[in-house]
Design a protein around this ligand. Structure first.
Ligand code: AMP
Length: 630
C-alpha cells in the first residue's frame, strides 16, 4: 500500500477511513455517526454504536479459536507456566465477572486493580470490560500514597490486589500497601478482592471487607455473565499519568474508538496476524501493557505472552527462549530493557531459534543508534522504533510495516500514523516549522479514535493541559520537542515540560519534589532528569535543608540523603527514587521566585545554561556547579 495515499485519506476523509476500520470489530448495534465534532476539543467516535471490549477480545473468537492459546503466563520468579485457550479465558473471565458482580460491581463503577503480572490481573481487566465497569490499573511499583491518590480520584467500589509480587527472587508485598493506602484514602473501597499467591505469610485479612479470590472462584464455577453493551463513548478505563503538577492525570479512554484503533494497529502498525503470538515486555500498569499485553493482541485473535520476571533472570536468554518456545512473531519492548541486555554476553541473542520473529518494536523513550544497531544486528530482524504517549493509547509516529515499510533512519520513530494530523510548530507563535526546525509536536484535532476522551472527572484539565498552549488555534500539545527532516522522518527531542522519562516510565519532577518536601529536614528542592547510559534519564534532586548542622559533614549528608530517598520510596514507590541528592544552601531562581530547573539540568549535564538574565542569586548556580563537580 502507498503510505501517502493511506495517510492522506485518514486525514482528509476521516469518517470514511474510520468507518471502514470500524468493521474490524463486532458491534451489537452499528454506529449511527462515525465522528461528532460539535464540541471541540472533545470529539466522539462511532456515536450510537454499541459494543464491548471483552466481547471483542474473547467471546467473538470462540467460534473459530476456542482451542487456540489466548494467553500464556510465564513467571521466571515463581517458575509457574500456564496456558489458557480462548475457551478457558472465556471461562475464567466469566467466573471473575460473576465474583465482581456479587461484590456490587456494575456498569460505570470503578475498580482499582493493583496487581503484579499474573494471569488473574488480565482476567480482572477483561471482567470489568464485560460488566461495563471502568478499571483503573495502578502500577505495582507505586507505593501506598500514590495508590491512595488514585483511589480518591476514582472512588472505586472494589479494589483487587494480590498478596504479593516477586522481583529478582524477592517477594514484594502488595496487600500490605493496599492496607496502608486504604487507611490514608478518603474514599476507601468497601470491598477488597485478594488473589492470594501464598507469597506473603504475614498478610492481614480484614473481616467483612477482604474477599478471597480462590474461594469466590469456586462458588462461580459455571457462571455465565452476559456482556453489557456500551455506547462507543462510554468510559472503558482510567490510567493515571504524570503531568507538570503533583497530581496525576486520569487519562480516560472510551470503548468503541479504543477497540477500533487497536484492532487497526495490529494490522498496520504491527503487521501481525490472528493466530500468531505477541510478546510485550511491559507491565499491565502502563499504557503499553493495556494496549499490547491485554487488548490489542486479544482483539486480533492472537496469543499474548504475559511474563513476570526480569529480562536477565534466570539468565539473559530468557526472552529469546520465550520467543523460540512460543513462536513469537511480534515483540514489543523498551530501549532501557535492551540497554540492560546489552551489558550481557551477546551470545544469548544467538542461543535460541528466533526464526519466528518478524519485528521487534520499541517505544517509551528515545532509542539511541548504538542500542538500535546492537539489537538489530544481534537479532537479524527489523527493530522499529515508534512513538506514543499514555494519552494516545497507540502509536503517533511509526514505520507502519503493515502499510509500507520505509527504510529505517536511526533516531527517528518514523512517520505520522494514520489519523494523526501532526504539525510541528513554533512553541511561541504556533507557526508551522520548516524542515529540520525544532518545534513542539502537536496534533490538529480531532484526535483519532483510541486517544483519551478527557481527564477523569476534570474536563477543564483536559482542555487546558492539552489544548491550551496556542492562543490562535486549537492544537493538542504532546509536550515533546520534535523536528521533521526534509524526507519526512520525524525525530523526538525531549519533553517541553518538567516531566522526565526514566527507563521508559514517565515521572513528574513535581511529584518527586513534593515527596522530598514531606521529609521534615528539607526546606526547598528542585528535581531534574539527568542523562543516564542505561535508563535514558534518572531523577536527581538538589535540596536545601532547614538545619545546616545536618549536612555539616559527609556522614551527615549521606545519612540525610538515604532517609530522603527512603521518603520518596515510601510515598511514591521505588520507581521514583532519586538517583542522587545534592545538598546546597540556595537554589537558583528567577527574581520572581521561579525555580530555574532547566539551567540546573543544563549545568549538571555540562551544557550551556541559557539565558540567566533573570537569575536572582548567582551564588546559587555556583553551588550547583560545585555540587555536580563541573
Ligand atoms: P508515557 O505516557 O509514559 O508512555 O510517556 C510518553 C512520553 O515518552 C512521550 O511524551 C515522549 O516524551 C516519550 N516517548 C515515548 N516514545 C518515544 C520514542 N519512541 N522516542 C522518544 N521519546 C518517546
Amino acid at each position: 500500500m502507498d503510505y501517502q495515499a493511506f495517510y492522506r485519506r485518514s486525514i482528509d476523509d476521516p469518517e470514511s477511513f474510520w468507518g471502514d476500520q470500524a468493521e474490524l470489530i463486532d458491534w451489537h448495534k452499528p454506529p449511527q455517526k462515525i465522528l461528532d465534532q460539535s464540541n471541540p476539543p472533545f470529539r466522539k467516535w462511532f456515536v450510537g454504536g454499541e459494543t464491548n471490549l471483552c466481547y471483542n477480545a474473547v467471546d467473538r473468537h470462540l467460534a473459530t479459536r476456542a482451542e487456540q492459546p489466548a494467553l500464556i503466563y510465564l513467571s521466571s520468579e515463581t517458575g509457574e507456566e500456564k496456558q489458557y485457550t480462548y475457551a478457558e479465558l472465556h471461562r475464567e473471565v466469566n467466573r471473575c465477572a460473576a465474583i465482581m458482580r456479587s461484590l456490587g460491581v456494575k456498569q460505570g463503577e470503578r475498580v482499582v486493580i493493583y496487581m503484579p503480572m499474573i494471569a488473574e490481573a488480565i482476567f480482572c481487566m477483561l471482567a470489568c470490560a464485560r460488566l461495563g465497569a471502568v478499571h483503573s490499573v495502578v502500577f505495582g511499583g507505586f507505593a501506598a500514597h500514590n495508590l491512595a491518590l488514585r483511589i480518591d480520584d476514582a472512588k472505586p467500589c472494589l479494589l483487587i490486589c494480590a498478596d504479593a509480587g516477586m522481583r529478582g527472587g524477592k517477594a514484594v508485598p502488595y496487600k500490605h500497601l493496599v492496607d496502608d493506602a486504604i487507611k490514608e484514602a478518603k474514599f476507601p473501597p468497601p470491598k477488597v478482592l485478594i488473589v492470594d499467591r501464598g507469597l506473603d505469610p504475614d498478610m492481614h485479612w480484614q473481616d467483612g471487607r477482604d474477599v478471597d479470590y480462590w474461594d469466590a472462584r469456586d462458588d462461580f464455577r459455571d457462571a455465565e455473565v452476559p456482556v453489557t453493551w456500551l455506547e462507543a463513548n462510554e468510559p472503558s478505563y482510567i490510567l493515571y499519568t504524570s503531568g507538570t503538577t503533583g497530581k496525576p492525570k486520569g487519562v480516560q479512554r472510551d470503548v468503541g474508538g479504543y477497540a477500533v484503533a487497536l484492532a487497526s494497529t495490529m494490522k498496520y502498525v504491527y503487521n501481525a496476524n490472528p493466530g500468531e503470538a505477541m510478546f510485550t515486555t511491559s507491565d499491565i500498569g502502563w499504557v503499553v501493557g493495556h494496549s499490547y499485553i491485554v487488548y490489542g493482541p486479544l482483539l486480533h485473535g492472537m496469543t499474548t505472552i504475559v511474563y513476570e520476571g526480569l529480562p536477565t533472570k534466570p539468565d539473559a536468554g530468557i526472552w529469546w527462549k520465550i520467543v523460540q518456545d512460543h513462536k513469537v512473531t511480534t515483540m514489543f519492548s523498551s530501549p532501557t530493557a535492551v540497554r540492560v541486555l546489552k551489558k550481557q554476553d551477546p551470545a544469548w541473542l544467538k542461543k535460541y531459534d528466533l526464526s519466528s520473529l518478524r519485528y521487534l518494536f520499541l517505544a517509551g523513550e528515545p532509542l539511541d543508534e548504538t542500542t538500535s544497531r546492537w539489537i538489530s544486528d544481534g537479532l537479524g530482524v527489523p527493530v522499529l522504533d515508534h512513538y506514543w504517549q499514555t494519552e494516545t493509547g497507540w502509536a503517533m509516529l511509526s514505520y507502519l510495516p503493515g502499510v509500507e515499510l520505509k527504510p529505517n533512519r536511526f533516531g527517528s520513530p518514523g512517520f505520522p500514523a494514520y489519523g494523526f494530523n501532526i504539525r510541528i510548530v513554533n512553541d511561541l507563535t504556533g507557526e508551522v516549522c520548516g524542515p529540520n526546525e525544532k518545534g513542539v509536536l502537536t496534533v490538529v484535532p480531532p484526535l483519532p479514535p483510541g486517544c483519551l476522551s478527557t481527564v477523569w472527572g476534570d474536563d477543564n484539565r483536559y482542555v487546558n493541559s492539552y489544548f491550551g498552549q496556542f492562543e490562535k488555534q486549537l492544537l493538542y500539545s504532546s509536550s515533546d520537542w520534535a523536528l521533521r527532516d526534509a524526507d519526512g522522518y520525524t525525530f523526538i527531542l525531549g519533553r517541553t515540560d518538567d516531566v522526565i522519562n526514566t527507563a521508559g516510565h514517565r515521572l513528574g519532577t513535581r511529584e518527586i519534589e513534593e515527596a522530598l518536601q514531606a521529609h521534615p529536614a528539607i526546606a526547598e528542592v528542585a528535581v531534574v532528569g539527568l542523562h543516564d547510559e542505561v535508563k535514558g534519564q534518572v531523577p536527581v534532586g538538589f535540596c536545601t535543608v532547614k538545619d545546616p548542622a545536618l549536612i555539616a559533614d559527609a556522614a551527615g549528608r549521606e545519612a540525610l540523603e538515604k532517609s530522603c530517598i527512603a521518603k520518596v520510596a515510601e510515598l511514591l514507590g521505588a520507581v521514583a527514587k532519586p538517583y542522587k541528592l545534592h545538598f546546597v544552601t540556595a537554589l537558583p531562581k528567577t527574581r520572581s521566585g521561579k525555580l530555574l530547573r532547566r539551567s540546573i539540568q543544563a549545568l549538571a549535564e555540562g551544557r550551556e545554561t541559557g539565558d540567566l538574565s533573570t537569575l536572582d542569586d548567582p551564588n546559587a548556580l555556583e553551588e550547583i556547579r560545585k555540587a555536580v563537580g563541573r
